[in-house]
Design a protein around this ligand. Structure first.
Ligand code: NAP
Length: 280
């Protein structure tokens, strides 16, 4: 791409709903960085070709979203350890020698929101992670690094939860199970990493896992409270929050990788949650 302004984009399919251009334009303004950031709607069969073309014509960095996060893992020339553990790439960065670095900032985004923004203690606490897809896998290593007492991964398809538990067993106390095998004991922290909220559904975990001290976090977000957030509140949990903070924090981590400066996230979070409309 011609021009003196560094080029960035988010690549997905579909991607029109993405808030990344809005978020990164606020980061750029706040930090005085001159850059452009656009949407790239690319179907899976054209992903590799379009990404290489983007970087060959001067692109500096890409955010990668569904359905390309796994494919992006294979086209990066080098991976950060957290991307390797996540098994997915959500950020690509061009390096001076022209090679591509693949990173995954989703887990760091969740951890930053939980610990720095929400003040949720994780060390020594019991965590229920609902879901066993890409987002669940991406947050496992960063959560385990905080030293929880244990993480139980529970998924609609129990086998996927058990397989994910095996992957991370070496990093801490991890178990995998189906929804029906969850006991009556409430957890300290419940993270909903399923996409159920996107279709207005609830994951079928028993209400007994929610206690009065339980903090509930839904990775999904929207203009209105998500079904999971609403449900958790009706069950009397301590607090239930949607994933806006994770969204902004993972973006800030990408921005830092590209530009060497981490923007302040609070003003962007405030701008987003005050917006009249917002998507997934
Ligand atoms: P994914 O790889 O497609 O995995 C989807 C997961 O949701 C699977 O575990 C699936 O269970 C489960 N699921 C889907 N519908 C369900 C239902 N009706 N009941 C119970 N479980 C259901 O998706 P993903 O990439 O992990 O994303 C998951 C969620 O995280 C999405 O809502 C996404 O928007 C969100 N996310 C948010 C951020 C953020 O920054 N806030 C970042 C990344 C992801 P099965 O295995 O049984 O199919």
């Amino acid at each position: 791409m011609e021009g003196s302004v560094d080029q960035y984009a988010v690549v997905g399919h579909p991607v029109a709903h993405s808030l990344s251009p809005f978020i990164h334009s606020l980061f750029a303004r706040q930090t005085g960085q001159s850059l452009s950031y656009r949407l790239m709607d690319v179907p899976p069969e054209r992903f590799t070709e379009q990404v290489y073309e983007f970087f060959a014509t001067g692109g500096r960095g890409l955010n990668v979203t569904l359905p390309h996060k796994t494919r992006a893992l294979t086209i990066a020339h080098e991976l950060t350890e957290r991307a390797r553990l996540a098994g997915a790439v959500n950020t690509l960065a061009a390096r001076r020698d022209g090679s591509l670095l693949g990173d995954n900032t989703d887990g760091a985004g969740l951890v930053q929101d939980l610990t720095a923004n929400l003040g949720v203690p994780v060390r020594g606490r019991s965590i229920l992670l609902i879901g066993a897809g890409g987002a669940a896998r991406g947050v496992m290593a960063p959560l385990l690094a905080l030293g929880p007492q244990r993480i139980v991964i529970s998924n609609r398809t129990a086998e996927r939860a058990m397989a994910l538990a095996v992957v991370f067993a070496g990093l801490g106390a991890v178990e995998g199970c189906g929804f029906g095998e969850l006991g009556a004991q409430p957890f300290d922290l419940i993270v909903n990493a399923t996409s159920a909220s996107l279709t207005g559904e609830l994951p079928g975990v028993p209400a007994t896992v929610f206690g009065p001290q339980t903090l509930c976090y839904d990775m999904a977000y929207g203009r209105a409270d998500t079904p999971f957030v609403r449900w958790a509140r009706t069950l009397g949990c301590r607090e239930a929050v949607p994933g806006w903070g994770m969204l902004v924090e993972q973006a800030a981590e990408s921005f830092r990788l590209w530009r060497g400066v981490r923007p302040l996230t609070a003003p962007v979070l405030a701008a987003l949650t005050g917006r009249p409309s917002a998507g997934g």
